[in-house]
Design a protein around this ligand. Structure first.
Ligand code: HEC
Length: 96
């Protein structure tokens, strides 16, 4: 039983990381595969503060922040998606 608990504790973070990476694939068209955007008016997400990313995505979702490209993206995200994606992008290095 103790080994099972250890296995779950060790595996969970890597599972949610892989999950976030899969979710991030739909962001890559605009924000880049590694969170570094290819267009001057699209923001980089790599290395950005996690709490800031969470706030921006929630603001897009609620309508407090609006953008014709980004608002529909945020509308599709659950709170769990937002937390996963913010953790994922904030952990990437910018400027690679
Ligand atoms: C169709 C293009 C497009 C896609 C796909 C897209 N975004 Fe965006 N996103 C934008 C644009 C454009 C902005 C900047 C909006 C503005 O100027 O206010 C933005 C802004 C953001 C911001 C705020 C960044 C900041 O520095 O304030 C976050 C966070 C974000 N996007 C996350 C995501 C995530 C996570 C996904 C995938 C689920 C995603 N975006 C998919 C176009 C896109």
């Amino acid at each position: 039983m103790k080994n099972l608990i250890i296995a779950v504790v060790v595996l969970l973070p890597s599972l949610s990381f892989a999950d976030a990476k899969a979710k991030a694939a739909q962001c890559a068209a605009c924000h880049g595969a590694e969170g570094v955007s290819g267009a001057p008016i699209w923001p980089n997400l790599a290395g950005q503060k996690k709490d800031y990313l969470v706030k921006q995505m929630k603001d897009f979702k609620s309508g407090a922040r609006k953008d014709p490209l980004m608002s529909p993206q945020a509308a599709m995200l659950s709170d769990a998606d937002i937390a996963d994606l913010a953790a994922y992008f904030s952990g990437l290095k910018c400027g690679k």
